[in-house]
Design a protein around this ligand. Sequence first.
Ligand code: AMP
Ligand code: ZN
Length: 178
Amino acid sequence: MSWQYGLIKDMKKPECWIISSEFGVVMADKYPKAKHHYLVLPLADIPSVFYLDRCHLPLLNELYLLARKVVQVAAKGVPWEDFQVGFHAEPSLQRLHLHVISKDFVSPRMKTKKHWNCHNTELFVPFDKFCAQLEKDDCFSRLPKSLVENLLSKPLMCNQCDFAPDSLLDLKAHLYYH
Ligand code: AMP
Ligand code: ZN
């Protein structure tokens, strides 16, 4: 399906790059789920997290350097600690991509419970945890389908306090005032 190749298509256009290196490029997420949302993609043709092994750890560190740099140059004044950096455990688009997203999650594109839960449950694998798992297992395995479904439909919870909203609309209003 062609929509799965949207990132590969757009990363070929230098005008879409915010920064780049000999290892990868950073683009703005086209449908940002927070005030700041970037994607770091390797130039190497790696379809997804499921194609990585230990040998890729040095490349992942290069991608992480790009993540740090894009926050400095594109999100001026926003501290690094205000970002979460990691991979979706069940990505939908082709070409490996590291999410660099600000923890406010204030965005008109945050529209569904799935959008929330794929960034705020175990479906979002922080970079350090991901690398530790890759180091240990020499691969990153797909989560069982039933677990993915459970996590996607998990009750909403604020990422900054104990608030358990009744709806995404409530959560969005709450996040706005954080
Ligand atoms: P995922 O595959 O679940 O890790 O997420 C793919 C991400 O790519 C989502 O955050 C989308 O908003 C974003 N996205 C989809 N198409 C494009 C595009 N052409 N350029 C930049 N970002 C995109
Ligand atoms: Zn809260």
